[in-house]
Every structure is written in C-alpha cells, then in structure tokens.
Write a protein that binds this ligand. Structure first.
Ligand SMILES: Cc1cc2nc3c(=O)[nH]c(=O)nc-3n(C[C@H](O)[C@H](O)[C@H](O)COP(=O)(O)OP(=O)(O)OC[C@H]3O[C@@H](n4cnc5c(N)ncnc54)[C@H](O)[C@@H]3O)c2cc1C
Length: 109
C-alpha cells in the first residue's frame, strides 16, 4: 500500500456531505464516510483542579488499579481511556472498586 498525504478534505463535499479526498499528488478518492480520531478534552476541570496529571492526549493519567497521580483519587471510563465504550468503562470501574477495596483492607489490618 502506498501512503500519500491528503491535500484537501473539507472542501471536497456535496451540500455539506463528504464526497471525496484529494491527495497531494492530485489523485482523488471518492468516499461517503471517513473515520478519524477526534481530539479529546475533559468535560470539566475538576481532575486538573484536584491536581491529577493528564496524558499528552488529555486523558487522566492512571496507574495500576486506576488510581490517579493524586492518592485516593480514581479515574475510570472515557475520561481516562482511548477505548471509549460502555464495556470498558464498566470494566475499569469494577477494577478500580476492587483495587480501592483491597487498599482499604490492607490499611485497616
Ligand atoms: C454518540 C455516541 C454513541 C456511542 N455508542 C456506543 C455504543 O454503541 N457502544 C458502546 O459501548 N459505547 C458507545 N459510546 C461510548 C459510551 O457512551 C461511553 O464510552 C460511555 O458512556 C463512557 O461512560 P463514562 O461513565 O466514562 O462517561 P459518561 O457516560 O459520559 O458519564 C459521565 C457523566 O458525568 C457527568 N458529568 C460531567 N461533568 C460533570 C460535573 N462537573 N459534575 C457532575 N457530573 C458531571 C456527565 O453529565 C455524565 O453523565 C457512544 C458514545 C457516543 C457519544
């Protein structure tokens, strides 16, 4: 497969619907849809206000058990993962709960 940089995308449309791409070498490619990763931004500033570190992509940085850079603060789901699905959010929440529970038990006994 040959990689050619895209020269023009947004302007190549029909009544607002994407119609084709134009590559730098002048070739055109007709298409009806395109999937592209969109930039990620946290919905609120609370994690940053708490002092939680973010990744370069803007997700909350977490370690093992989904604890953030601030001890006792956990982050799961879309705010902390590129794999934005319900199944992943639930799995992360489950793992964080187990991790927190274990930590509390260890602290207590
Ligand atoms: C259009 C669309 C279609 C999707 N389709 C699918 C699909 O088919 N299958 C699938 O698995 N996933 C799908 N997803 C992804 C899925 O919705 C998410 O991955 C999932 O909801 C993440 O759960 P979450 O709890 O991390 O975040 P969310 O579900 O976004 O929950 C975060 C909650 O926090 C609340 N909140 C934010 N800021 C504050 C604040 N300051 N104070 C109080 N509350 C606050 C929000 O209102 C929201 O209720 C889709 C997403 C979109 C946008």
């Amino acid at each position: 497969m040959k990689k050619i940089p895209i020269r023009q995308m947004g302007a190549a449309h029909q009544q607002g619907q994407l119609d084709h791409l134009v590559f730098k070498d002048g070739t055109r490619y007709s298409l009806k849809a395109i999937y592209t990763p969109s930039a990620f931004e946290q919905h609120c500033k609370l994690p940053e206000q708490l002092g939680c570190l973010l990744t370069d992509e803007g997700y909350i940085q977490t370690g093992p058990g989904h604890e953030t850079s601030i001890e006792g603060v956990y982050a799961v789901g879309d705010n902390a993962s590129r794999m934005r699905t319900v199944a992943n959010a639930v799995a992360m929440g489950n793992a964080a709960g187990i991790s927190l529970s274990k930590k509390m038990i260890v602290e207590q006994f």
